[in-house]
Ligand binder design. Structure first.
Ligand code: SF4
Length: 447
C-alpha cells in the first residue's frame, strides 16, 4: 500500500486489498487518532443528534455559543405535531463565566425557558468547557425540575470525553432517565429505535407496519413526544434501525424493561423485505408474516421494470460509501450490487467489529474498508479506486465535488426519503442523475 496520505497510526483502521485482511480484524470502535482530522463529530453532537428530534423537547446547550451553532437545526427530522425542537438555546458562556462558574447562567436560562414556554421536557447539554470548570449541572437540573414541576435532564457530553459513540450513549442514558419510571401494561406493538424521521422516513415505515398489522407504540426519536416516549415500556419488541446510535438503548431496555430487540434496516428492497418479515417472526405473528411476504413480493414486482431501466445506465459504475453506522453501509453495498454497481471504498464513523465482518463478506477483496477516516484518506482511496460517486453526509459533500466525483447525501440533510420501497425509487434516480450528469466531464477536464 502506498502510504503517502495515511498516518502510521491509522493503518490498523484501514483494510485494503493489497495488505490483506483477517487476523484480529479491522480496528474500530475506538477514539480518533490524534493528528487525524476525523470526519466524526464530538460527544455532544452525538448526543444531540439522537435527542433533537423529540418534537416537544427544549434543548439548552450549556457552553459557548459555538457549540449551539455547530448543531443548529441538526437534522432534517420532520414532525407531525410540535416544532419546539427546531429552537435552540444556549447559555453563551463568556470569559467571566469560565472564571466564576456558569451555574447561575444555566439556572437563569432554564428559568427563562420555563416561564416563557412552560415546557414538560428540557435537555441540558454540558459541553467541553463545562466539563473543565466543573459546574454542578446535575444539581441545577434537579432543583429546576422540582421548582417548575418539569423534567430537566442533564446530558453530560463534553466533546473531549470520548467520541461520537459516547454521545450516543449519553443520549440513550438521558432517554432511559425519562422513560424508565413509567411502567405500562403490555400491548400489541413495537418501538422503533434509531430512526429520526429524516424527510418523513419514519412515516413510510409506520405505513408498512400498519399494512401488515403491526402497531407502533413509540418511536426513538423521530416524530416523538414526551407522551409517546413514556408509553414505550408497553411494547412487545424493539426494532433497531440505526444500530450505532441505539443498540445501547435497546440493550438497556431489554435488561431493565424486558423488551427484546432485533436489528433491522429499511434501505433497499432486500433489507426492507427481510426486516418486515423478521419483525413478524420475532413477534411470532403468523398472520403478519403472511401479510409481510405478500406485501413485499408485490412491492418487489412493482419495482422490477423501473430497476431494469436504470441498471443499464449504472452498470459497472463504482461507488464509495462513507456513512455513520455499519448497518447502513451494509444496506448500501447491497443496493449498489442490485444496481449492477461495485462498491470500491466503504467506511463508517461508528461501525462495530461484527458489522465490518459482514461488510468484508459482501465486497471484493480489492475494496478498501475504512473506520473513522479523514478527508486525506478518502481522497487517496477514491482516486486510486476511481470512484464515480460518494455516498455520505454534509462533511463529505465538498470533498467529492472538489475531486469531480458525483455525490449522494444519505445523512441528515437529505430532502427526500431514501428508505423502504419508496426510497429505492428516490435513491436510484438520485444516483443516476448525479453520476450521469454531464457536468463531471467538464469538471474533470479542469482538474
Ligand atoms: S468539541 Fe467541545 S467545544 Fe467543540 S462543539 Fe463539541 S462540546 Fe463544543
Amino acid at each position: 500500500m502506498e502510504n503517502a496520505r495515511v498516518l502510521e497510526e491509522r493503518k490498523e483502521f484501514i483494510w485494503d486489498g493489497q495488505d490483506g485482511r483477517g487476523g484480529n480484524g479491522i480496528k474500530c470502535d475506538a477514539n480518533s487518532v490524534s493528528g487525524s482530522v476525523s470526519q466524526r463529530a464530538c460527544v455532544y453532537c452525538g448526543a444531540r443528534v439522537v435527542l433533537n428530534p423529540i418534537t416537544d423537547a427544549f434543548h439548552i446547550v450549556h457552553g459557548p455559543i459555538g457549540c449551539a451553532s455547530y448543531t443548529w437545526d441538526i437534522r432534517g427530522s420532520l414532525s407531525s405535531g410540535d416544532d419546539l425542537y427546531r429552537n435552540s438555546f444556549s447559555t453563551d458562556l463568556r470569559e467571566q463565566d469560565i472564571i466564576f462558574g456558569g451555574e447561575k447562567k444555566l439556572k437563569a436560562a432554564i428559568e427563562e425557558v420555563a416561564e416563557k414556554y412552560h415546557p414538560r421536557l428540557i435537555f441540558v447539554y454540558a459541553t467541553c468547557i463545562v466539563g473543565v470548570i466543573g459546574d454542578d449541572v446535575d444539581a441545577v437540573c434537579k432543583a429546576m425540575s422540582q421548582e417548575y414541576n418539569m423534567r430537566v435532564i442533564p446530558v453530560k457530553s463534553p466533546g473531549f470525553s470520548g467520541n461520537k459513540s459516547v454521545g450516543y450513549k449519553m443520549a440513550c442514558n438521558a432517554i432511559m432517565e425519562l422513560i424508565a419510571k413509567h411502567k405500562n401494561l403490555k400491548k400489541k406493538g413495537i418501538n422503533i429505535l434509531g430512526d429520526y424521521n429524516l424527510a418523513g422516513e419514519m412515516w413510510i415505515i409506520k405505513d408498512y407496519l400498519n399494512r401488515i398489522g403491526i402497531p407502533v407504540v413509540s418511536t426513538f426519536t423521530g416524530d416523538s413526544s414526551y407522551d409517546s416516549l413514556i408509553r414505550a415500556s408497553a411494547a412487545q419488541l424493539n426494532i433497531v434501525q440505526c444500530a450505532g446510535s441505539s443498540t445501547y438503548l435497546a440493550d438497556r431496555m431489554e435488561e431493565e424493561m424486558g423488551i427484546p430487540y432485533i436489528k433491522v434496516s429499511f434501505f433497499g428492497i432486500e433489507d426492507t423485505a427481510s426486516s418486515l418479515i423478521r419483525i413478524a417472526e420475532a413477534l411470532k405473528d403468523e398472520e403478519a408474516k403472511q401479510k409481510a411476504m405478500e406485501f413485499t413480493a408485490a412491492e418487489r414486482l412493482k419495482l422490477q421494470d423501473f430497476l431494469t431501466k436504470y441498471r443499464k445506465n449504472l452498470r459497472g459504475k463504482k461507488a464509495a460509501i462513507y456513512v455513520g453506522g455499519g448497518f447502513k453501509a451494509i444496506s448500501l453495498i447491497r443496493q449498489f450490487h442490485s444496481l449492477n454497481m461495485e462498491t470500491v471504498v466503504v467506511g463508517t464513523q461508528t461501525g462495530k467489529k461484527d458489522e465490518y465482518e459482514i461488510i468484508e463478506s459482501l465486497v471484493n477483496k480489492e475494496t478498501v474498508i475504512l473506520d473513522d477516516t479523514n478527508p486525506a484518506e478518502l481522497e487517496k482511496f477514491m482516486k486510486e479506486k476511481e470512484a464515480d460517486i460518494l455516498v455520505g453526509g454534509v462533511k463529505e459533500r465538498p470533498l467529492a465535488y472538489k475531486l469531480g466525483i458525483a455525490f449522494c447525501d444519505h445523512n441528515h440533510e437529505r430532502k427526500h426519503p431514501l428508505c423502504g420501497f419508496d426510497g429505492v425509487i428516490n435513491f436510484t434516480r438520485e444516483i443516476n442523475s448525479s453520476i450521469n450528469n454531464p457536468v463531471w466531464k467538464y469538471v474533470k477536464e479542469e482538474l
